[in-house]
Design a protein around this ligand. Structure first.
Ligand code: NZQ
Ligand code: ZN
Length: 380
């Protein structure tokens, strides 16, 4: 196990009716800006619960943070926040609203253009933020990362912002999610675990078991949620699984990968494909192309998650990769680029972008333009 420092300061406030606690969670006297997406919070009653909890508090609202939040929209939010001298942010929504609000939090304390913060990859100073999560997927409610797009140039990059000071998770808020968003969220959660788990064996028994516990939970609840999305207990397990999948807990002292995500972000930037949907395609390609590099861990994963223990190692790996693709398909997601109308031109553009930036992603830092192309070709 490598050395590490673990410090996650986010307070998790979990369960039915917990949105009512907002008034105690936000310190008195704060000038608050509440941020929202496109309107789901208004339709499913979450807005009313937030407004009730904030009765008597001073706040302004900013609506319209879109899926894959853009710096163009967030500049407007920062301007509104400045105008009202906001010193506390409350994000109400999914990963996009939370990520966007992380950039607002940094932008309010930065003189230059917020895109510079994204390009630099980190924020130095931020206004505190809390969240009310309405969609389980990204883990943004309990981590410091954020992914921001720039529509003008069709780019999408991650930066490190601040951890929310608190996040309220009431699984009932997710009952209104469309099936496709639930599927994308399950895929995202699954691949978050994989990015931190599917590297080399023997680094930490404990991290492996925690990761496998989350994978088992996701595999178990996925069909239950697909059948009945108002199943509170299944949704509660799923929501917490999504948070724990990316709150630093399962990556203590172990190596990580993230190449699938980096390639996926390019597919979103170029085609607008939903984040979790990109992963359901690319991850299979990563497995196929890096099967030798990840051989031992694929065997462990196949045995412990899917019970694949018979046959030669190569047969087991083949079946494990096939079973993984089947899992994504069982969610109702595409697993091939061609199904989404994405072809060779996009693959070459992603290769060009990776080469131009000189990046080398992945646990072994070998996923450059050429390897990204091979991974994508394996998903055609
Ligand atoms: O905008 P509204 O009207 O709220 O609708 C949203 C949006 O259209 C809707 N939605 C959210 N909660 C709902 C709901 N609809 C009905 N009922 C509810 N309760 O769902 C749609 C998608 O929302 P979005 O926030 O975009 O989804 P998600 O949570 O998957 O976030 C995706 C973004 O997070 C980034 C992704 O790249 C993408 O930009 N990620 C952030 C990470 C992080 N901060 O750590 C890590 C991830 O790997 C990911 O990259
Ligand atoms: Zn993700």
């Amino acid at each position: 196990m490598q050395n590490f420092i673990y410090h996650n300061p986010t307070k998790l406030v979990f369960g039915k009716g917990m949105i009512a606690r907002l008034s105690q969670l936000i310190p008195a006297g704060k000038r608050i800006m509440v941020t929202f997406g496109g309107g789901s919070a208004r339709r499913n009653g979450v807005y009313d619960q937030v407004a009730r909890a904030l009765e008597g508090r001073e706040y302004v609202e900013f609506w319209g943070i879109e899926p894959n939040p853009t710096v163009e929209t967030l500049r407007e939010a920062i301007a509104l926040g400045r105008e009202h001298r906001v010193d506390f942010l409350l994000a109400v929504g999914g990963g996009s609203v939370i990520d966007g609000t992380k950039l607002i939090a940094a932008g309010l304390r930065y003189e230059g253009d917020p895109w510079e913060i994204v390009l630099r990859g980190r924020a130095d100073d931020t206004v505190p933020l809390g969240t009310v999560l309405t969609m389980a997927a990204t883990g943004s409610e309990m981590n410091s990362g954020a992914v921001i797009s720039r529509s003008e140039t069709r780019e999408k990059y991650a930066f490190q912002g601040s951890y929310p000071v608190f996040s309220v998770l009431d699984p009932q808020t997710t009952f209104s999610l469309p099936q496709r968003q639930i599927a994308a969220g399950l895929s995202d959660t699954f691949v978050h675990v994989m990015e931190q788990y599917l590297t080399t064996t023997g680094q930490s028994r404990l991290m492996d078991r925690w990761a496998e516990g989350i994978l088992h939970t996701v595999v178990e609840v996925a069909p239950l949620i697909r059948e009945e999305r108002r199943d509170y207990d299944a949704m509660a397990d799923y929501m917490l699984a999504a948070t724990l999948a990316l709150n630093d807990m399962i990556r203590m002292g172990v190596s990580q990968d993230w190449a699938t995500h980096m390639i996926g972000h390019e597919l979103t930037a170029l085609h607008g494909l939903t984040h979790g949907a990109t992963l359901a395609i690319v991850f299979n390609g990563t497995l196929r192309v890096l099967r030798e590099q990840k051989r031992d861990k694929i065997l462990q994963y196949g045995a412990r998650i899917w019970g694949i223990v018979e046959g030669t190692d190569d047969e087991r790996i083949d079946r494990t990769i096939a079973r993984t693709e089947e899992f994504f398909r069982s969610l109702g997601l595409s697993t091939r680029l061609s199904e989404e109308g994405i072809g060779r031109e996009t693959i070459l553009e992603i290769e060009r972008r990776f080469d131009a930036a000189g990046v080398r992603h992945g646990e072994a830092q070998n996923v450059d333009g050429a390897l990204a192309r091979r991974i994508l070709e394996a998903c055609l």
